[in-house]
Design a protein around this ligand. Structure first.
Ligand code: TXE
Length: 480
């Protein structure tokens, strides 16, 4: 099947009539084509967005909120169809897409439908000077949203919903590897009453369609989630044009386990934080540090639990681990496993590509546990973004903190301890945007989301996202 761009409320073929193959990673087969859009398609989308902006930015908050709620409902109503599409496009277990990805995409719209009705700005009285200042928070205009392949509709909507809620018109590009649910979203938006041109979804490659978005002078802000090197390239391109930038980039997150934690809860959660979505979540705890007095016990129990995970076709009900997103990505992840030995790492479990019966050409890899002896090895320093974790022991709080922070990334950290003083000390010293204590990936959509260091700039979530997608203007009124 061929999917199309969604521009000015219409479904269109790419102007140059060039197409890209779309793969089903669980089968390793091409199952469709997507537009290989160019500058000309982006130009068309920007023209439509500029035309739609004056009316959309002047809709009442109630009207806007109602339309966004309709989209949330539309996603909810089409949950089974969207979950199947996501699973087929990405390789993730259907159970995960049904329980997490698609419900969260709906919540993203519902959350910002509500949040925009509560968003306010400040007033500052210049006491004694007979003046009052207030802040107008105005829509920016046309903004760009570029998203990755690991949580396709989940992250696509996480950007689009606040951008639209704040009254902007959007040019959005999903990853070329997982375009399907973004395509289906277009229909839902039409049915929800979103006016033509307010949201334009253009498909294509990063270096052409994506590049045209970041370079376009009329696109005033870019919200991007993806790899750190792409983020650096976007910053280099967009900064001289003084665009607003929100960059959510890679992570290589520490999972620090102290012996005073709730052991069973920690063990079950650590299996999830290591291998959920085949380890392809920027928040996965891929560097596991265990206090030395429970190291041997943890090692044994963890290997046992992980050995029970079932690798299989994403559509099988009992599959815990599905396929990796692409052949190229499978090869990249495998290449890290292959360097383990050179670095003195020991593969304690997994490490092999798996053939799944009936899906022999799919991109399956065993969940893999590697024991390392230093935090400075490549396996601990580079983002692998697959079902591969390292484990090593630590002696005390100072040592583990040093290792947790001893990396270019700073997205999230997980801490397992029941010691409140340690929790506070470490939370303050960890160089990350998020710290989870005795839990993982528990998300409250009002909280700021994002990282420090090479994990990005800016925050998404709650009012932070609405602040990003609006321009503050100070109005100062002097009176007699
Ligand atoms: O991401 P890219 P890739 C990490 C992970 C992974 C690596 C590369 O380590 O192995 O990044 O993945 C668009 N101008 N993460 O290559 O290229 C692209 O089309 C504008 C972490 O798939 O960064 C896609 O829509 N856009 C991550 C999006 O950027 C461009 C999730 C992300 O693609 C562009 C995914 C350009 N010049 C990968 N080049 C996370 N933080 O969750 C590419 N794109």
């Amino acid at each position: 099947m061929k999917i199309q761009n969604y521009i000015d409320g219409e479904f269109l073929n790419p102007i140059a009539d060039q197409w890209i193959d779309n793969y089903n990673p669980s089968k390793g087969e091409v199952y469709g084509q997507i537009p290989d859009s160019t500058k000309e398609d982006i130009e068309l989308a920007v023209t439509a967005a500029k035309k739609a902006f004056p009316a959309w930015s002047n809709t009442t908050l109630n009207e806007r909120s109602t339309i966004l709620s309709n989209i949330a409902q539309g996603i909810h109503d089409k949950l089974p169809e969207l979950a199947i599409a996501e699973s087929k496009d990405n390789g993730k277990p259907l159970s995960l897409a049904s329980a997490i990805d698609i419900p969260r995409a709906s919540s993203n719209f519902q959350f910002f439908a509500d949040a925009i009705t509560q968003f306010s700005s400040e007033a500052h009285e210049s006491v004694g000077l007979n003046a009052i200042n207030f802040t107008l928070r105005q829509s920016i205009g046309v903004v760009g949203c570029i998203s990755p392949w690991n949580l396709p509709l989940y992250l696509f909507t996480w950007k689009i919903a606040p951008a639209l809620a704040a009254g902007n018109c959007v040019i959005a590009k999903p990853s070329e590897v997982t375009p399907m649910t973004a395509y289906l979203l277009a229909d839902i938006c039409n049915d929800a009453g979103l006016p033509n041109g307010v949201l334009n979804i253009v498909h294509g490659l990063g270096q052409s369609a994506g590049q045209a978005i970041i370079e376009h002078p009329d696109i005033k802000a870019i919200s991007f989630t993806g790899g750190t090197s792409t983020g650096a390239h976007i910053a280099r391109t967009a900064a001289p044009m003084f665009k607003k930038l929100s960059l959510e980039l890679g992570g290589k997150n520490p999972n620090m386990i102290f012996s005073d934690c709730d052991y069973e809860k920690m063990l079950n959660t650590t299996v999830r934080s290591s291998f959920a979505n085949q380890g392809q979540i920027c928040l996965c705890g891929s560097r596991i540090f265990i206090e030395e007095n429970i190291y041997e016990k943890f090692k044994e129990d963890f290997i046992h639990k992980v050995s029970q995970l079932k690798i299989g076709n994403p559509f099988d009900k009992d599959s815990d681990v599905g396929a990796l997103v692409s052949k190229g990505h499978l090869e990249k992840v495998k290449s890290y496993i292959d360097i383990a030995e050179q670095e003195g790492g020991e593969i304690l479990y997994g490490g092999n590509i798996v053939t799944v019966e009936g899906s022999e050409n799919g991109y399956y890899l065993q969940p893999t546990i590697i024991e390392v002896s230093s935090n400075d090895c490549k396996l601990n320093q580079e983002e692998i973004f697959g079902p591969v974790v390292t484990i090593m022991s630590f002696k005390n709080e100072d040592e583990v903190l040093k290792m947790a922070n001893g990396i270019q990334y700073g997205l999230s950290a997980t801490l397992w301890t029941n010691n409140l003083n340690r929790t506070m000390r470490m939370s303050k010293q960890l160089e990350t945007g998020i710290v989870w204590v005795n839990t993982w990936l528990m998300r409250d959509l009002r909280t700021p989301f994002g990282g420090v260091k090479a994990s990005g700039v800016g925050r998404e979530g709650g009012f932070e996202a609405l602040r990003f997608f609006t321009e503050p203007k100070n109005v100062c009124i002097s009176y007699d």
